[in-house]
Design a protein around this ligand. Structure first.
Ligand code: NDP
Length: 266
């Protein structure tokens, strides 16, 4: 039996068990199971992973930076981000990856080439998204309502400004990585009505946020965070099972994300 889990706090709401188990079942990879484990103290992440006998895990809020520190080796874009959302057991070692970044790139690939990108927010999601755009040579700008979190981006040579200092207004793609609109009616930035863009993507999923409502009103193409969620999971799944089938895996996840057909997998 191979066991996988989402580790974080909270995890009760997480859709990861449903979507991962749906693929395990459809690709006939049993006996394997993906569950959720509430971690109350991030210092214990590694101990919990090993004691539970996990073959792999996804790490979510608020432990992605802790997960980066506690794994034995970090691979890929995660080295630039300083945070990992996926752990895979390889022999006696825990290998860390960041599939939030690669998943986001895949989620927007159908829009075609996006050269000039504005990211609203400077938290964990912004770091992952900005780092992979920057690594791919794209023109990326980050803006945040406050100053402190901008240091990460400045250190990497990524353009970053407090809202009040952002002068540019024309972009191909604007991305909301703030939590504004998650539970409130706040827009993520005060200057949105001055922005000219083609596509707007929100990291928040499952609702039309004030940001997406603004973008629709402006006539932009829009997308919520559901595809990002699916592709980060699909890429993690590939790493867990050592297979290369992201198109098939993501399709199964898309079909199972809204309405789990088989509650036995909860
Ligand atoms: P963080 O807590 O790391 O960062 C939050 C950011 O939002 C900060 O820059 C913060 O600014 C800013 N912010 C918060 N409230 C407001 C507001 N009212 N107005 C303007 N800015 C605000 O969060 P994460 O990066 O982990 O997550 C961000 C969002 O992305 C969440 O809503 C989460 O649900 C979503 N998400 C979606 C994923 C997916 O798979 N679709 C995956 C991960 C996250 P400041 O620094 O000033 O506090």
């Amino acid at each position: 039996m191979r066991l996988f889990a989402i580790l974080g706090n909270p995890v009760a709401h997480s859709l990861s068990p449903i979507i991962h188990n749906s693929v395990i079942k459809e690709l006939d990879l049993m006996p394997s199971l993906y569950t959720r484990i509430l971690v109350e103290d991030g210092a214990n992440l590694r101990k919990i992973f090993l004691n539970a006998g996990l073959s792999g895990a996804n790490i979510t809020v608020p432990y992605k930076e802790e997960a980066f520190k506690q794994c034995d080796e970090v691979r890929g874009i995660a080295k630039e981000i300083g945070a990992v959302n996926t752990w895979v057991k390889e022999g006696e070692k825990i290998i860390g990856y960041n599939t939030d970044a690669t998943g986001f790139m895949e989620a927007i690939s159908h829009f075609g080439s996006m050269q000039k990108i504005l990211i609203l927010g400077a938290g964990g999601t912004a770091k992952a998204v900005a780092a992979i755009f920057h690594a791919n040579g794209l023109d990326v700008t980050v803006t945040n309502r406050s100053h402190d979190r901008l240091a990460f981006f400045k250190d990497k040579g990524i353009k970053s400004f407090e809202h009040k200092d952002l002068m540019e207004r024309k972009f191909d793609l604007i991305i909301n990585t703030t939590s504004a609109g998650l539970t409130s009616s706040d827009l993520p930035a005060p200057f949105l009505d001055e922005i000219e863009a083609k596509v707007a993507v929100d990291a928040i999923y499952g609702k039309t946020t004030p940001f997406l409502a603004w973008a629709e009103k402006q006539g932009l193409k829009t997308q919520d965070g559901a595809l990002m969620l699916i592709y980060q999971a699909a890429f993690a799944f590939e790493l867990f099972f050592g297979i290369k089938k992201s198109a098939e895996i993501s399709q199964i996840m898309k079909e199972n994300i809204a309405l789990p057909k088989d509650l036995i997998w909860l």
